[in-house]
Design a protein around this ligand. Sequence first.
Ligand code: PBG
Length: 324
Amino acid sequence: MHFPQYRPRRLRRNENLRRMVRETFLRIDDLIYPLFVQPGKGIKEPISSMPDNYRFSIDELVKEIKDIYKLGIPAIILFGIPEKKDELGTEAYAKDGIIQRAIKAIKDSVPEIIVITDVCLCEYTSHGHCGVIKNGQIDNDATLELLAKEAVSHAEAGADMVAPSDMMDGRVKAIREALDRSGFSHIPIMSYAVKYASAFYGPFREAAESAPQFGDRRSYQMDPPNAREALREAELDVGEGADIIMVKPALPYLDIIYRVRQAINRPIAAYNVSGEFSMLKAAIANGWLEEKRVVLEALTSIKRAGADLILTYFAKEIATWLSE
Ligand code: PBG
């Protein structure tokens, strides 16, 4: 059927018609809010490159999470900045580490919120890499043991889900087996399965003080031009027992989210990372873009590409707008 029989504009004439044929919805239920926690008391330190985001001490973090849960956001993901860093990132799996203490405090006051923990070593190692260094190289298999220990210690502290972001080969299996052995077979793994070596993580590394002190992450994170490799990574992690598959970053990788959605029969999460957030915030602050419209459009695009869940620093704004 051709013009004038078929006129697509007929169904765009007013908001009720548009509502009736709308295909994609961003929901509060889709949102996971990332939070940074550091030692100390009464601290709510602004992150300069990420407006409205802070590094919280545990007491302030708990207050913030009460507000987040009131907004209806079902889940948070925690990143820790430890007191001290060392070669092996021992604070990452210390019983009284910053994350372990934070989880307990959150579970004491907002027990229902889903607490996801980022499982990685880069925030805890003196060299800032996501793995153990041997002879100047990242030793994959030696790292697995530490990641498994970290995941178990998060679960022991009360975490509801663990999210390995290190990109070592075989870590999902190592973590799954360690969790199962320790009585945590009910704790799901959200794997950063498809994680690119992206320039968009810049503001996060400032926030988490996790920039590598030498070299870069390109020997473990994925090369941005690759798409078929994303499917191999996702398939491997499904095979190793991942419950949710994540693609990261999100907006520059919508094609990857789409492909992973077609290939993988698991919930798909996408991480709208720090650089994507800061970029929009900067344009909004300059008056170049209209905040509510541009944020909802960008985040809805991630859903349209096929993501079920979105990790985003915009979660509070979105939850507020969606419940208006
Ligand atoms: C830890 C980790 C990073 C991010 C999440 N987990 C940084 C990195 O890999 O360098 C980035 C998140 C963001 O930019 O918002 N490995």
